[in-house]
Design a protein around this ligand. Structure first.
Ligand code: SIN
Length: 486
């Protein structure tokens, strides 16, 4: 058996409820595909409404005991899980590459990033604190304590199959919450493998329950309408986030939403241009461009735009495309045919409206869902690619004249997740960072993601923060106790 077959073979393929792997109700299953070949990798249990309800019952049954488990114990389970992930980075990365497509180097980086959320929250578990204060009027005391919010539903996307899970699971475990995870239909294998690893790390039955499913409607709907669920955390598109918010209103669930982006990448004329190009390659090409923090549009000072675009086109045009598991691959396939067609449609629209192709510009024929890394210049304002999230390896470049114009272009979107700014002028850097309507800013860097930092957006990019000291707050509620001194 090849190493690739072995990592797929070893993954448990069932639903995980109350510490047991089992078939989905009725024995249903669905196929998981390798986007690098378009071929089936294996079948996975297709969770149904009954499975979701049993998973919630298991989470509810485990909640009280889990909340009472000493924080140090919860932290140590996370620490062991970090250690196991670190030891198994090669196999976890291969599995991720096979189901998601990204290169092995990118998958290894994601496994490390994902594991860091466990390490970070293992350290936060023991720092859940309250307050003690005198009533300003005297006579009594005001005590506040933090308690777990209760059973949570965590819905994860296909683009980062591990990290988007660990940054929800990590703080939930640290805070003392039980949970049901619904992994993305396209990439459930990494999460199923992680589930096994967490059990090995000592996570008690019922704390984490996992229901893979081909139908979010069938599994998520019954959970959201059950008053025993107390929170939903979702990473994915803005329209799905809005629909979940409407459902969450019924039972007034706590909600964290990490939604779509349309990140501007601003290059000022005083920027170090080579550093800006390096940053642009990372901000655009990390994860094949399939990230909500991917730079979506490049706004460059008119007097340096031509040079920037030429250098960026040279770099993107020389990247090696291939199956993610092949040695030397820098850019893997997109997740599926629909995504590749959507990217092609946005490029065609821009070109039809007057944009010029500096490199790439089209899908690649053959097996798998490949799209050539692309740089477009002279992109007109009316091109859809400047307004819509690309989720692919395409960099549209436009120009600006003044700082005010750059800021107005950057903020001219309903989204507000992240923006990137390249300038060597400190005053400008701070002015622009303050003026940007985003939850995050990359200043002279193309990478903001870090387990120790608060990740999240404003406007249509959602709310709530994942990672950092803020991340655990999403899983805690504050209780106030008025204490009489008489
Ligand atoms: C995302 O694309 O949803 C998140 C990417 C990251 O955490 O870097």
């Amino acid at each position: 058996m090849s190493a690739q077959n072995a990592v797929v073979e070893n993954v448990p393929k069932g639903v995980y409820v109350g510490g047991q792997w089992r078939e989905a109700s009725g024995g249903a299953s669905f196929a998981v595909e390798d986007p690098g070949t378009g071929k089936r990798l294996c079948d996975v249990a297709d969770g149904q409404a009954e499975d979701a309800k049993e998973a919630l019952a298991a989470a509810v049954a485990a909640q009280q005991e889990w909340a009472a488990t000493p924080p140090r114990e919860r932290g140590e389970i996370l620490r062991r899980a970090w250690q196991l992930m670190t030891e198994r980075v090669e196999d976890l990365a291969m599995l991720m590459t096979l189901e998601m497509g990204k290169s092995l180097a990118e998958s290894k980086a994601e496994v490390t990033y994902a594991a860091e959320f466990f390490r970070w929250f293992s350290e936060e578990a023991v720092r859940i604190e309250g307050r003690y204060a005198q009533n300003p009027a005297g006579g009594s005391r005001l005590l506040t304590m933090k308690q777990p919010v209760g059973p949570c539903l965590l819905i994860t996307p296909w683009n980062f199959p591990l990290a988007m899970g660990t940054r929800k699971i990590g703080p939930a475990i640290a805070a003392g919450c039980t949970m049901i995870v619904k992994p993305a239909q396209l990439t459930p294998l990494s999460m199923l493998q992680l589930t096994d690893l967490l059990a090995e790390a000592g996570l008690p039955p019922g704390v984490l329950n996992v229901v893979p499913s081909s139908s979010a409607g069938k599994t998520v709907g019954p959970l959201m309408s059950d008053p025993r669920l107390r929170k939903v955390s979702f990473t994915g598109s803005t329209p799905v986030g809005q629909a979940l918010m409407a459902q969450a209103a019924e039972n007034l669930l706590r909600v964290s939403m990490e939604l779509g982006g349309n990140a501007p990448f601003l290059v000022f004329s005083d920027a170090d241009l080579d550093a800006a190009v390096d940053g642009a390659v990372v901000a655009k090409m990390r994860n094949n461009g399939e990230s909500c923090v991917a730079a979506n549009r490049f706004h460059v000072a008119a007097n340096v735009a031509e040079e920037f675009a030429r250098k960026l086109a040279d770099r993107l045009g020389s990247m090696t495309l291939g199956h993610g598991a092949e040695e030397g691959t820098q850019v893997g396939p997109l997740i599926d045919g629909d995504q590749r067609d959507k990217v092609a449609e946005l490029v065609d629209d821009a070109v039809a409206k007057g944009a010029k192709v500096a490199t790439g510009g089209s899908a690649v024929d053959g097996d798998g869902y490949f799209f050539a890394p692309t740089v477009l210049t002279d992109v007109p304002k009316k091109a859809r690619i400047l307004r819509e999230e690309v989720f692919g390896p395409v960099a549209p470049v436009t120009t600006f004249g003044s700082e005010e114009e750059a800021l107005a272009l950057a903020n001219g979107t309903e989204f507000g997740l992240v923006a990137y700014v390249f300038t060597q002028d400190l005053g400008r850097a701070l002015r622009v960072a303050e003026g940007l309507e985003t939850g995050m800013v990359g200043l002279n860097t193309g990478l903001v993601s870090n387990a120790a930092a608060p990740f999240g957006g404003v406007k249509a990019s959602g709310f709530g923060r994942e990672g950092g000291v803020e991340g655990i707050e999403e899983y805690l509620s504050t209780k106030y106790v008025a204490v009489s001194m008489s």
